[in-house]
Design a protein around this ligand. Structure first.
Ligand code: GDP
Ligand code: MG
Length: 596
């Protein structure tokens, strides 16, 4: 298709504002999916996505559309909606000329919409504001058109109104896309440069790479190079999705397509990387490439120790499809063998954990999520700490922690509640704007460590669920942090060590000691539980000694019952962990680690 007849766009929306439904309707109205094979949320392929209503992996679909007798190709690029995937979002946006800003006409703008809108503006996309769900009785298009109009600087009358559910207004929206979006620019005669905006592992075909060609052509016989690594690959197939893959002879400037090279691991085909041809290739890659960097770390341990090899195999499999997932073996005295796993953020952690449990049938326990600290020692050495139990023991000069720029949207009545929460989480207010009379955008700088803990839950509960949050990691700051250890009879229990702000260390110690006291059964002897910063004890509890042993319960009972009890006790012991001379059932650790 010639460039002047191509339009590339994406849809940015808050969760549940109807992106998938609108995308489905577009597929149907343009005829690329017939009514018979249409099923709800055609594009959301992963089950977990469909159930949780989130889009994890972006994809592209080409749709034909006729305006004034001319045939156009509309490429819709589905962006992941969540903050954890900001880098992937930014690459999907970079593959487009325009973005539909889709807003639920009964809800108005939310934080995720804003964050993605700002990203789209940074990428110089043409923004098309659209109100969705106008069929809802509770829709208030006038009110929210004014809100959006003010935000993007258009007349509220020019905000389109559609229903993804009924299809009302959708053909007009497609016409509007053709008329208002710029055609892709790019030099057809230059050496080829194509940007990878997604890369998905498929069991049958290996890695399927989604690309947007910027300059030149990629043809089906070409040999290609990945510019970040210099790796050569042979093109086995190239084509377009509409939405099923169709092989073609090649993909030209401004076009969006997919390619298959036979590589088996998405890390060989990295999002953001530039592809060029091996012969007469480009010398300068496209801008904007960066390696995905895990921000949040947690230990994942199988509850049944014999599942360890299965956990490793499962992680290996997931990694084929997730370049941001990384892990290394970890051994814990409390939890046994497991892995220290790096994630992009909390949602990423949840998704991976859920997939491990659901698709691989593993029962897992995860330690509290932690961020990466840069610790400078007084002797000048620098240590990167991803696991509290690796915190160095010598004299610490300075600790740097990652900080975020957070955007919170709330009804005005909750401003006080949100400010109080942010204050207690070491936040600094950066600014505040009224989006409309009763809705406010608050901008905070907050430590990532505070956000990954329980910030979101607290935000939701303090605002009756009305607040929305988005954040972006942006640099680091020094902070007065200490490592708190939990000791059982003087022995540290690694899984419970935490790096916390000095002001919160006491609270953490008291709470953990109380929890463990209630969960650990009595032993033959008294067991002190202590919380300590280095050698200094900051909290203490005692588990009193047990009075009788198990057999005394059967005093006078018959011998077979005694044997049974002994047998049972042995079984229980298998799942016991020894911390020094204290025997603790693994369940106790698991219970202490799960949030209440
Ligand atoms: P996404 O999270 O943005 O992809 O949102 P979905 O497309 O999954 O839609 C979220 C919910 O809103 C689903 O229950 C949809 O059925 C519903 N929905 C989407 N569009 C419309 C619409 O135009 N009208 C009505 N009444 N409901 C809609
Ligand atoms: Mg969706």
């Amino acid at each position: 298709t010639p460039q002047e007849r191509i339009r590339n766009f994406c849809i940015i929306a808050h969760i549940d504002h109807g992106k998938s439904t609108l995308a489905d309707r577009m597929l149907q109205i343009t005829g690329v999916v017939d009514d018979r094979s249409m099923r709800a949320q055609y594009l959301d392929r992963m089950d977990i996505e469909r159930e949780r209503g989130i889009t994890v992996k972006s994809q592209a679909v080409r749709m034909p559309w006729q305006v004034d007798g001319t045939n156009y190709a509309l490429n819709m690029i589905d962006t992941p909606g969540h903050v954890d995937f900001t880098y992937e979002v930014s690459r999907s946006l970079a593959a487009c000329e325009g973005a539909i800003l889709l807003v639920d006409a009964a809800q108005g703008i939310e934080a995720q919409t804003l964050a993605n809108l700002y990203l789209a503006m940074e990428n110089d996309l043409t923004i098309i504001p659209v109100l969705n769900k106008i069929d809802l009785p509770g829709a208030d298009p006038e009110k929210y058109a004014a809100e959006i109009g003010q935000l993007v600087g258009v007349d509220p009358e020019d905000v389109l109104r559609v229903s993804g559910k009924t299809g009302q207004g959708v053909p007009e929206l497609l016409d509007h896309l053709v008329r208002t979006l710029p055609q892709p620019l790019g030099d057809p005669d230059a050496p080829c440069r194509a940007m990878i905006f997604d890369s998905v592992y498929d069991t049958y075909r290996g890695v399927v790479t989604y690309i947007r060609v910027v300059d030149g052509y990629l043809r089906s016989r070409d040999r290609i190079d990945m510019m970040s690594t210099g790796a050569h690959h042979e093109l086995l197939e190239i084509g377009v999705s509409s939405p099923e893959p169709h092989a073609t002879n090649g993909v030209g400037p401004g076009e969006v397509g997919y390619l298959i090279t036979g590589v088996k691991d998405v890390r060989q085909s990295k999002v953001g990387d530039t592809i060029t041809t091996s012969v007469r290739g480009a010398t300068e890659p496209l801008a904007g490439y960066s390696d995905p960097k895990p921000m949040v770390f947690a230990g994942l341990f199988p509850i049944d120790g014999s599942d360890y090899p299965n956990l490793r195999d499962a992680l290996d499999k997931l990694k084929l499809n997730d370049a941001a997932l990384n892990y290394e073996p970890e051994t814990s005295t409390a939890l046994g063998f497991g892995f220290r796993v790096g994630f992009l953020g909390l949602l990423h952690l949840e998704i991976i954990r859920e997939r491990l449990e659901r698709e691989f049938d593993l029962d897992l326990i995860s330690t509290a999520p932690s961020v990466v600290y840069q610790v400078r020692m007084e002797d000048g050495t620098q240590v990167e700490v991803m696991n509290p139990s690796d915190f160095p023991t010598g004299k610490v000069a300075e600790i740097h922690e990652p900080i975020t720029k957070a955007t919170i949207l709330v009804p005005a009545e909750f401003i006080g509640a949100v400010m109080e929460l942010c204050q207690s989480k070491r936040g600094t207010l950066g600014g505040m704007d009224y989006l409309s009379e009763d809705r406010v955008e608050l901008r905070y700088t907050l430590p990532l460590a505070e956000i990954v803990f329980d910030f979101f839950d607290q935000l939701k509960s303090r605002t009756k669920g009305y607040a929305s949050l988005d954040y972006d990691v942006s640099g680091s700051q020094t902070a007065d942090l200490v490592k708190v250890d939990m000791l059982l009879q003087g022995e540290p229990v690694d899984a419970f060590s935490a790096i916390v702000h000095r002001d919160k260390a006491y609270h953490y110690g008291v709470e953990m000691a109380g929890k463990l006291k209630n969960l650990i059964p009595r032993q033959q002897f008294e067991v002190p539980i202590q919380a300590a910063i280095g050698a200094r004890i900051i909290a203490r509890e005692n588990i009193r000694a047990m009075r009788k042993d198990v057999l005394s319960k059967c005093y006078g009972g018959d011998i077979s019952r005694k044997r049974k009890l002994l047998e049972k006790q042995k079984e229980g012991k298998k799942r016991m962990k020894n911390i020094g001379s204290v025997e603790v059932p693994q369940e106790a650790f698991i219970a202490a680690l799960s949030s209440d």
